[in-house]
Design a protein around this ligand. Structure first.
Ligand SMILES: Cc1cc2nc3c(=O)[nH]c(=O)nc-3n(C[C@H](O)[C@H](O)[C@H](O)COP(=O)(O)OP(=O)(O)OC[C@H]3O[C@@H](n4cnc5c(N)ncnc54)[C@H](O)[C@@H]3O)c2cc1C
Ligand SMILES: *[C@@H]1O[C@H](CO)[C@@H](O)[C@H](O)[C@H]1NC(C)=O
Ligand SMILES: *[C@@H]1O[C@H](CO)[C@@H](O)[C@H](O)[C@H]1NC(C)=O
Length: 326
């Protein structure tokens, strides 16, 4: 592979994937005075009206805030987040009991994923949005092809932030002594919306609401538009047992009766079938880098599931913003 001629002043970093980790990384590299180019294969989130992808909101903890602080984004994001001072446990009989996250002044934040991603991308980096019709592949040997045409990446470093199914990581797989494992947990997740009631939050807003139920659970995080996004985590077997609207109501009556009037029985009947339950994968690999040429970060390097047998603790500890890559 011939190297691109190098008469540039600044080091150039190519970040593959403009999700949370890629976008934040781009801010860090730009802050260090490097030229950054972000390659993103989804449509431009900064212009999109409807943003597809996983989880509508996220719990942002102290650790994630520290990362944002370093790139001067903490205040901006925090001001658009909703503090959650405690978990609010919903028992079967409808009783609600708070369990604080820490001292009185401590809290985690519910933030809008799409907005956070947008704000992080609106930094100093150049974002190359690939067209959905283009077949794109990127090679760690520093070239990429779009529609079969080969172009050199004028980059000193390639940073693979392309998520749990990373294309960059695929190229590590062929290398000797690269360990890799991927495991799907038996649980899936489904998001349901709890609308405002008379223009107000249907439940107390400054809590991460949790309905713990043995092998499954539901959580709800508040949004700025006064809705809650409820996420039901449950084994796929259980999801698949429910095939009619009546069965949905029956199931909620058995497990989350207090949520039915809040979500609305009619909405529940429909929303449950809007999208199939989504899978959750855990990915581990080692090493994370190839010399000083290429490094994997975020879910590409280590994807963890938000809920893994530890029940509410996994979520309630607020594992930070992409809490591992950085
Ligand atoms: C249900 C659920 C709830 C969660 N809740 C929380 C939470 O409350 N708090 C928290 O901190 N974390 C949470 N997480 C985890 C969090 O979502 C991830 O850790 C985080 O999104 C990882 O960011 P990332 O940038 O590495 O990957 P992603 O967010 O997956 O971004 C990858 C980006 O790369 C792009 N891409 C993919 N392939 C290519 C390619 N070949 N070329 C170019 N671009 C490409 C994608 O379009 C995407 O924009 C949750 C996860 C799930 C599933
Ligand atoms: C790749 O092909 C698609 C579909 O034919 C086209 O829309 C796109 O502009 C092409 N991209 C480049 C960079 O040639
Ligand atoms: C790969 O896994 C084996 C077995 O656990 C371990 O001995 C080895 O050090 C690992 N290699 C790397 C590069 O992590």
């Amino acid at each position: 592979m011939e190297e691109p001629s190098d008469n540039r002043q600044k080091k150039v970093v190519a970040v593959v994937g403009g999700g949370l980790v890629g976008a934040l990384n781009a801010c860090f590299f730009a802050k260090r005075g490097l030229d950054v180019e972000v390659f993103e294969s989804r449509e431009d989130i900064r212009q999109a009206k409807v943003v597809k992808g996983r989880s509508i909101n996220l719990a942002l903890s102290h650790r994630g805030r520290q990362a944002l602080k370093h790139v001067g984004m903490e205040e901006k994001i925090v001001s658009q987040g909703i503090p959650m001072h405690a978990r609010m446990i919903h028992s079967l009989n409808g009783k609600q009991s708070p369990i604080p996250y820490g001292k009185k002044s401590q809290y985690i934040l519910s933030v809008d994923r799409a907005n956070l991603n947008k704000q992080l991308l609106t930094g100093k980096s150049t974002v190359v949005i690939l067209q959905s019709t283009e077949t794109w592949s990127i090679n760690i040997e520093r070239f990429y092809t779009v529609n079969g045409t080969k172009e050199h990446i004028q980059a000193d470093l390639i940073v693979g932030c392309d998520g749990a199914f990373s294309a960059i990581r695929k190229q590590f797989l062929r290398r000797s002594r690269f360990n890799y494992s991927q495991t799907y947990i038996p649980h899936g997740y489904m998001e349901l919306t709890m609308p405002p009631i008379n223009g107000e939050f249907a439940m107390k807003p400054n809590y991460l609401h949790i309905w713990p139920r043995n092998t499954f659970m539901m959580i709800a995080l508040p949004n700025l538009d006064k809705t809650f996004t409820c996420t039901l985590f449950m084994p796929f077997d259980e999801f698949e047992k429910i095939t009619t609207g009546d069965q949905v109501i029956e199931f909620f009556q058995k497990c989350f009766p207090d949520s039915i009037p809040l979500i609305g029985a009619d909405a529940l009947r429909e929303d449950y079938f809007r999208l199939p339950a989504q899978a959750m994968v855990s990915v581990k690999c080692s090493p994370y880098h190839i010399g000083d040429k290429c490094v994997l970060m975020g879910d590409a390097a280590h994807a963890v599931v938000p809920f893994y047998g530890q029940g509410m603790n996994a979520v309630s500890t607020g594992f930070g913003l992409g809490g591992k890559g950085y």
